[in-house]
Design a protein around this ligand. Structure first.
Ligand code: NAD
Length: 263
């Protein structure tokens, strides 16, 4: 049976670990050429890249640019264009977190989080849309967050960036609606990834709690299922949004949060 995305190219930002890597594996499994991006150990990334090619039977390219810098986003898109002639599926997923009270929030962390979690999606989207319009087909997906819909204390930059991403996505969806292109957010609750694990020490400090208390009383406190979302569940939503069945889902914000934002 032919694979659903054979001949298409998917660029996933921040895909050397966590949710991004799960998207890459799922799309490779359906035959897409893949561009992965993000930081990490060179050998481990090369192993992942080879694994993606084995899954897809197509090509996988690693583009290790720092997406807090607009000129490096341009370089990444140029590499994708040289290798594959453009991008059909863009998943803006790279993100970072910092936890601190607003009056102590380091200005450089604020600037970095806005640059990576919000502004990088603008640059990648503006550069990808011309290819998608030319082919009259495209899928733009943002990994937003439950924090695109609601807030938590001590995460001012992250919540601001994710709310901005939700508004940006709705705007783009309207602009590209007649070109066969959709733009949507996926908004997970807490997914067990390095990003979540790494914020535990800062949350322990900010709130004066033990590791166990942070896990049960902070992270999963608002998630009624009392389970972390899995990266595979998030990737399955992206695969659906990329399918023809989802051609009329655009400008939407798809929650996968164990009931968090239903409260
Ligand atoms: P992760 O830390 O596992 O992955 C983040 C990825 O971004 C990595 O590949 C990392 O190398 C890359 N990255 C970091 N800084 C970068 C930069 N300057 N330039 C390019 N790449 C960079 O985290 P994750 O949990 O998989 O998060 C992925 C996305 O999902 C983020 O946007 C995050 O906000 C969002 N999200 C995560 C959760 C969760 O609970 N884990 C919940 C909701 C939303």
């Amino acid at each position: 049976m032919s694979k659903a995305f054979a001949g298409k190219t998917a660029l996933i930002t921040g895909s050397t670990s966590g949710i991004g890597l799960a998207y890459a594996k799922a799309l490779a499994g359906e035959g897409a050429n893949i561009v992965i991006n993000g930081f990490g150990d060179k050998d481990a990334i090369e192993q992942e890249r080879l694994g993606l090619e084995a899954l897809s039977g197509a090509k996988a390219l690693y583009s290790g640019h720092d997406l807090t810098k607009p000129e490096q986003i341009e370089a990444m898109m140029a590499e994708a264009a040289t290798a594959f002639g453009g991008v059909d599926i863009l998943i803006n997923n790279a993100g970072m977190q910092h936890v601190a009270p607003v009056e102590d929030f380091p200005v450089d962390k604020w600037n970095l989080i806005i640059a990576l979690n919000l502004t990088s999606a603008f640059h990648a989207t503006r550069l990808a849309v011309p290819y998608m319009k030319g082919r009259k087909w495209g899928r733009i997906i943002q990994t937003a967050s439950a924090h695109s819909l609601t807030a938590s204390p001590f995460k001012s930059a992250y919540v601001t960036a994710k709310h901005g991403l939700a508004g940006f996505t709705k705007t783009v969806a309207l602009e590209v609606a007649t070109f066969g292109i959709t733009a949507n957010c996926i908004s997970p609750g807490y997914v067990w990834t390095p990003l979540v694990e790494n914020q535990i020490p800062d949350t322990m400090k900010a709130r004066g709690l033990t590791r166990e208390q942070v896990m049960n009383d902070v992270l999963l406190a608002g998630q009624p299922t009392k389970q972390f979302v899995t990266v595979e569940q998030v990737a399955a939503m992206a695969m659906f949004l990329c399918s023809d069945a989802a051609a009329n889902i655009t400008g939407a914000n798809m929650s996968i949060d164990g009931g968090w934002t239903a409260q």
